[in-house]
Design a protein. Structure first.
Length: 334
């Protein structure tokens, strides 16, 4: 699907919600592609993902009403409220930061406010990208390894994969919950008391005055990882081969994009120079052993970029706040 075909699709009745929904319409400041079309890795069967940002109505910023995002699953469309989008991008969330790096011809709506974000993306970039891009990439790697481990790896090594996935998830705790102090939650593998397995994951917890709901959510995150791994035992191997190859492709893409960000090269969502290479991974032209060797190479590049990045520890919160205030004042004419 080329750009003109995408525009025709967006202007069809299937996307009438972009005009008719009370949160969207003239409130949309950015509308662009997401997923494979944004990366340039689409194939004939690829779905069209549309992503965007909308400024909240006055009652949703100044009153009691709330609006955080709009989602239409039939068309794979997600429109974030401006404040939620900024919260996510300040943490260098890969799924939203890529919206500021799509190619120009995929900007179906781009108001001066959105263009300011694209032109001044450095305001949002920080060393948080180390954990966000590295964490997402590692999660893809663990998913791939865990799926392959189902049939070939010893039980103890499978348990280690689960533990690694949980530890990766915990790296971003401070982005969502009250930060855990060092030693508050210690996870490790030890001899199991259960007769059916030799080893399993244990935890030591030392918490004082920690919010119960935050801990409940952290535990839920860990539980979901264990649960998702268990679902692999029921996977359809032929169907999942394509899924695993897609995981591998996105793993490499995330490491490349994350490295570029840490090197100060900005956000380059459309992978023009990497397209054929990434598609070759998706198409299964590399063995998993070769993919793991690639991952090792790109992880080393990512780590070097992380160790030597000139990005600040945190984004420029003060400037972003001032920009947001001015945007809302101008939009609300106050």
């Amino acid at each position: 699907m080329n750009t003109n075909e995408i525009k025709q699709r967006i202007n069809s009745n299937s996307y009438s919600f972009l005009i008719e929904n009370e949160h969207l319409g003239n409130n949309i400041i950015l509308l662009t592609t997401g997923g494979s079309h944004a990366y340039g890795t689409q194939v004939a069967t690829s779905d069209l993902d549309i992503r965007g940002i909308a400024i909240e109505r006055p009652q949703e910023r100044l009153g009691l009403a709330t609006f955080k995002q709009f989602e239409n699953r039939e068309t794979d469309t997600v429109i974030y409220a401006l404040r939620k989008y900024v919260d996510l991008i300040l943490n260098c969330n890969p799924n939203v930061i890529e919206m500021l790096g799509t190619k120009e011809e995929h900007l179906f709506i781009c108001t001066p406010e959105a263009q300011f974000f694209r032109d001044n993306i450095y305001l949002f970039l920080s060393k948080k990208a180390i954990h966000s891009f590295g964490g997402y990439a590692t999660a893809q790697l663990r998913r791939l390894q865990n799926a392959l481990a189902r049939d070939t790896y010893p039980e103890a090594e499978k348990e280690q994969h689960i533990l690694n996935s949980i530890k990766t998830s915990l790296m971003t705790v401070s982005d969502k919950y009250v930060e855990l102090t060092d030693g508050a939650l210690n996870l490790y593998i030890d001899k199991s008391h259960r007769p059916e397995v030799e080893t399993e994951i244990f935890m030591d917890i030392s918490l004082t005055h920690y919010p119960l709901r935050d801990f409940k959510n952290i535990y839920a995150d860990m539980h979901n990882i264990v649960h998702e791994y268990g679902k692999l035992n029921h996977r359809n191997s032929k169907k999942d081969e394509l899924h695993l190859n897609k995981h591998a492709m996105h793993l490499i893409r995330l490491l490349i994009m994350g490295t570029e960000i840490l090197e100060g090269k900005g956000v380059n969502t459309f992978r023009e120079n990497d397209r054929e290479f990434l598609l070759s991974i998706r198409d299964g032209k590399w063995s998993y052993q070769q993919i793991f060797e690639m991952v090792d190479k790109y992880e080393k590049k990512f780590k070097y970029a992380a160790d030597n990045t000139t990005l600040p520890k945190n984004p420029d919160y003060n400037t972003v706040q001032e920009v947001l205030i001015e945007m809302y004042k101008k939009h609300y004419k106050i």
